[in-house]
Design a protein around this ligand. Structure first.
Ligand code: NAI
Length: 306
C-alpha cells in the first residue's frame, strides 16, 4: 500500500493532531471540515504547536515549513457532505485524489454513516476510508459503504502527535490486505500499532471506562471533590486525574463514548453514563476546548479550583 495523499474529515482536536502526524511523516494532507471557523482554529493551533517545537529545538524552521507546507485546509460544503454528488467543486477534487481518508467527526453512528456514504460517491475506487471512532462499531460504519472491505478503524489517542499507540480495528468486512497495509502505514508514521477486535471501546477505551465512571460516582456520592481525586490519582503515577483528562478529551466526546459503550453492552450497569457529565454537556461546558468543564481554562491553561 502506498499512501501519499491523506484526507482528514473533521478538523477538531483529533483531526488536526492526526494531520500533524501524517504531514510530519511526509504525506500530503488535506484537512476538511464543515465549519470554516474550525479550519481557522486548526490552522492557528498547528502553527502554534509547531512554533513551540521550534522554540524547544525539537525541529528547525525548515522542518516546520515542510510540515505546514504538507497541510491544506478545505471547507466541505453541503454538496460534499450531505447531498448528492456535484463533480468539480474544489473540495471534491481534493477528496477524489486521496489514497486514505480518516474521518474524525462527531461520535454519532448515524452522522458517520451518512458522511461515509457521501464520501464513497466522491473518492477513487482504491481509497481506504477509515474512522477514528473511539467506541462505535466499525463493522456498522463499514456496512454503510458499497465497498465495505475498504473500511477500517484507525484509532489515534489524544494528543495524536504525542501518543505513540494507535489501535487499528478491522471491521468484519475489512480486506486483510487493507489491514496489513494500514498497519504498515501507521507504523511508518512512527506509531506503535495494536490490532484490536471490533468490540465496544476496543481495548483501551474499554479498560478506561471504570476510570472515568468510578471517579464520577465518587464525586456524586460526595466522597471526595474534583481536585482531590485528580491530585491523588496523579500521585499514584497517572499523568492526569480523571476530571483533568475528561476535560482534555471533551465531555461531549467522552459522554458519547460512554453512552455508546453502555448501549453496545446491552445496558450493563457497569458502563452507565453519569448525570453529572451529562449536565456539563448540556451546559456546553465541554472542557478545555470551550474554556470550561470541571475546571476553567484561560489561554488553554487550567485554573486551580479553590
Ligand atoms: P471535535 O469536536 O474536537 O471535532 C469534530 C470536528 O468535526 C468539528 O470540527 C466539527 O466541525 C467537524 N464535523 C462535524 N460534522 C462534520 C461533518 N459532517 N463533516 C465534516 N466535519 C464535521 O471532536 P474530536 O475530539 O476531534 O473527536 C472526533 C472523533 O475522534 C470522534 O469520533 C471521537 O470519538 C474520536 N476520538 C476522540 C478522542 C478525544 O480524546 N477527543 C480520542 C480518540 C478518538
Amino acid at each position: 500500500m502506498n499512501i501519499q495523499k491523506v484526507g482528514i474529515v473533521g478538523a477538531g482536536t483529533m483531526g488536526s493532531g492526526i494531520a500533524q502526524v501524517a504531514a510530519t511523516a511526509g504525506c500530503s494532507v488535506t484537512l476538511f471540515d464543515v465549519n470554516s471557523d474550525q479550519l481557522v482554529t486548526a490552522q492557528d493551533s498547528l502553527e502554534r504547536i509547531l512554533a513551540r517545537l521550534v522554540e524547544k529545538n525539537r525541529i528547525d524552521n525548515e522542518e516546520r515549513d515542510r510540515i505546514l507546507g504538507n497541510i491544506a485546509f478545505k471547507e466541505l460544503g453541503d454538496a460534499e457532505v450531505h447531498a448528492e454528488r456535484s463533480r468539480g467543486t474544489k473540495a471534491e477534487s481534493e477528496l477524489s485524489s486521496c489514497d486514505l481518508i480518516i474521518e474524525a467527526i462527531v461520535e454519532n453512528l448515524e452522522v458517520k454513516k451518512k458522511v461515509f456514504q457521501n464520501l464513497e460517491k466522491i473518492v477513487n475506487d482504491d481509497c481506504v476510508i477509515a474512522t477514528n471512532t473511539s467506541s462505535l462499531s466499525v463493522t456498522s460504519i463499514a456496512a454503510s459503504l458499497e465497498k465495505p472491505e475498504r473500511c477500517i478503524g484507525i484509532h489515534f489517542f489524544n494528543p495524536a502527535p504525542l501518543m505513540k499507540l494507535v489501535e487499528v480495528v478491522p471491521a468484519v468486512q475489512t480486506n486483510t490486505e487493507i489491514t496489513e497495509g494500514i498497519v504498515e502505514t501507521i507504523k511508518s508514521w512512527g506509531k506503535t500499532v495494536a490490532v484490536a477486535k471490533d468490540t465496544p471501546g476496543f481495548i483501551v477505551n474499554r479498560v478506561a471506562r471504570p476510570f472515568y465512571s468510578e471517579s464520577l460516582r465518587m464525586l456524586e456520592e460526595g466522597m471526595a471533590d474534583v481536585p482531590t481525586i485528580d491530585k491523588l490519582v496523579r500521585q499514584m503515577g497517572f499523568r492526569m486525574g480523571p476530571f483533568e483528562l475528561t476535560d482534555f478529551i471533551g465531555h461531549d466526546v467522552n459522554y458519547a463514548v460512554t453512552e455508546s459503550v453502555f448501549a453496545a453492552f446491552y445496558y450493563d450497569p457497569r458502563y452507565k453514563p453519569s448525570l453529572t457529565q451529562k449536565r456539563l454537556v448540556e451546559a456546553g461546558w465541554l472542557g478545555k476546548k470551550r474554556g470550561k468543564g470541571f475546571y476553567t481554562y484561560q489561554d488553554g491553561k487550567k485554573q486551580e479550583l479553590d
